[in-house]
Each structure stands twice: as structure tokens, then as C-alpha cells.
Design a binder for this molecule. Structure first.
Ligand code: SAH
Length: 279
């Protein structure tokens, strides 16, 4: 195992939570797209029982507010001067915390196994022989689809959904099978698609998807400040150009996107879960 960095040693030293050597474990937990009501019962139970929570940028403040006061918290998202904690260091941190006997909850936006590097973290733990479990969460495609009124499939409009990332690995070009993606009877959901949306839109049109194909960008989906932008494939790059770069944005392309005009949720937020009580 790689030696813990000085940052990890510091984190461990600062933790007052008692440890139970040999009993450590990691739960890689999906926190959903932001609305705390979309946490699973299991996620909430684990958050309440954890010794330490390692979370990243996409976990909403409302969800962080549910963490009990005495629980140690480690932010593994953007660090000082906008540097991310490198994935290898996050992996080592999770392993070190578990080996020190802590019950660790690794809280991730959406679902851990969809574009969230949950697979990389789980593999690292498996290779170290550290007990772990992955708890699914509502992925942003599901959360945004419901909150914006865009059914991802519909018998007359889309018989297939493709979930893709619009972001290439560091320093690598975006290589996608454009011919397969430019399919008029399918729905295309793009995670992390903002930066490359000009290229994506041009390639899809170049491969035969009509420029007037309905499209939507859902910004801060399921959160109080959610914004849904309805547009077309050709106009997507202009439509998202001025959006806040820090705000998570999901792009949905396909005939179903037009249904947002009719299906935007109509029950006021304050009444949508009148009897909701934290379990
Ligand atoms: N594991 C996560 C995805 C992580 S990748 C999941 O299952 O949802 C991060 C991308 O997810 C963001 O760039 C954005 O495209 C999307 N995303 C996450 N939360 C979102 C939200 N609340 N609203 C819109 N898009 C979101």
C-alpha cells in the first residue's frame, strides 16, 4: 500500500472520533442530485452512524447539514488554489481511515457507479482487502428528468437512453462514437457536457441528428435554484454559454426533451412531501 501523504496523516491526527482497530469499513454512498429528500433511507442511516464522512463538491449543503455535529468531515473536492485532491490520494485516505478502525462514509453526488469514480475507489479498497459496500443513489439523469419533466423514455419518442460523459480524461481528446449517438429515436443524456458542448452539438448534427432536435440543460437539478433551459440541438452551445460554470449541469437531447413544456412539476415544492419526516 502507498504511504499516506502528510495531508492524510494530518487529517487522522485531528480526528477525535474513537477508533475500533480491525473494525474499519467504507460505505461508498450515493447522495443523489441535491434534494435531501432524495437521499435513500440507508444513506441517511449510514451518514448518522459514520465516524467520518469524506464528501465532494457535488454533495449539497442541505445534505451536509444532516451530518451529526460530532462527526468528522473531510472535503475531497476542490482544494486550495482550485487543485483537486488527486484520486490516488482519496483512495489512500479512505483506506487509511478504515485501517485506523473508523466507519467511513464516502459521500458522492448522484450514484457512485455512474461517472463518479466510485468504481476506482471500490477497486482500491477491494485490492487492500478492506471491507466496503456501495450504496446506490439517485443519479442526476433520474433526478433531473423528474424535476424538469423529461421522461427519459416514451413509447412514441425514445426507446433507448444513452448516458455519456462529455468530459475526456485529463489531457485526452473527447472520443465518442458519434454515429451511434446521433440516433433520432433515442435519448442522449450528457454528464459533464458543458465545456465540450460546441463540439458535441456539431458532431451530432454532422452525423445526421436534425439541428432542431429538442434539447434541455438542467442546472442545479432538484435543488431550490434549479433552472431548466429548453432549446434545440443547434442552439445548445449558445443557450448554456453564460451559465455559472460551477453549477452542475445535465444536458438531455432527444424528442422527449420537448415534453418539459408540458410536464414541469406542478405541485408547489412546499407541498410535494407534506408528511415527510426524516426516518
Ligand atoms: N455520480 C453522479 C455524476 C457525477 S459527474 C451522478 O450519478 O449523478 C458530475 C456531473 O453530473 C455534473 O457535471 C453534471 O453533469 C451532473 N450532475 C450532478 N448533479 C447534478 C444536478 N443536481 N443537476 C444537474 N446536473 C448534475
Amino acid at each position: 500500500m502507498t504511504a499516506p501523504t502528510s495531508r492524510i496523516v494530518g487529517i487522522l491526527k485531528d480526528m477525535s472520533t474513537p477508533s475500533a482497530p480491525g473494525r474499519g469499513r467504507v460505505f461508498i454512498v450515493g447522495a443523489g442530485p441535491g434534494d435531501p429528500d432524495l437521499l435513500t433511507v440507508k444513506a441517511l442511516r449510514l451518514v448518522r452512524a459514520a465516524d467520518v464522512i469524506v464528501f465532494d463538491r457535488l454533495v449539497s449543503q442541505e445534505i451536509l447539514d444532516l451530518i451529526p455535529a460530532g462527526t468528522a468531515q473531510v472535503f475531497a473536492g476542490k482544494m486550495a488554489r482550485n487543485h483537486h485532491m488527486p484520486q490516488a490520494e482519496i483512495n489512500a485516505l479512505l483506506a487509511t481511515l478504515a485501517l485506523s478502525g473508523r466507519t467511513v462514509v464516502r459521500l458522492k453526488g448522484g450514484d457512485p457507479y455512474l461517472f463518479g469514480r466510485g468504481g476506482e475507489e471500490a477497486l482500491h479498497l477491494a485490492q487492500q482487502g478492506i471491507p466496503f459496500e456501495v450504496v446506490p443513489g439517485v443519479t442526476s439523469a433520474s433526478g433531473c428528468s423528474a424535476a424538469a419533466g423529461i421522461p427519459l423514455t416514451h413509447r412514441d419518442l425514445a426507446h433507448r437512453v444513452q448516458l455519456i460523459t462529455g468530459h475526456a480524461k485529463e489531457d485526452e481528446p473527447l472520443v465518442l462514437d458519434w454515429a451511434k449517438l446521433a440516433e433520432p429515436d433515442a435519448t442522449l443524456v450528457i454528464y459533464m457536457g458543458r465545456t465540450n458542448i460546441g463540439r458535441i452539438s456539431a458532431q451530432l448534427i454532422g452525423h445526421g441528428l436534425p439541428p432542431d432536435t429538442p434539447a434541455a440543460a438542467v442546472v442545479n437539478g432538484t435543488r431550490a435554484d434549479q433552472q431548466t433551459i429548453r432549446t434545440t440541438l443547434a442552439d445548445l452551445p449558445t443557450a448554456v454559454r453564460d451559465l455559472d460554470h460551477a453549477a452542475p449541469t445535465l444536458i438531455i437531447i432527444g424528442k422527449v426533451a420537448a415534453l418539459a413544456d408540458q410536464l414541469a412539476p406542478s405541485v408547489p415544492d412546499s407541498e410535494s412531501a407534506p408528511a415527510a419526516q426524516a426516518p
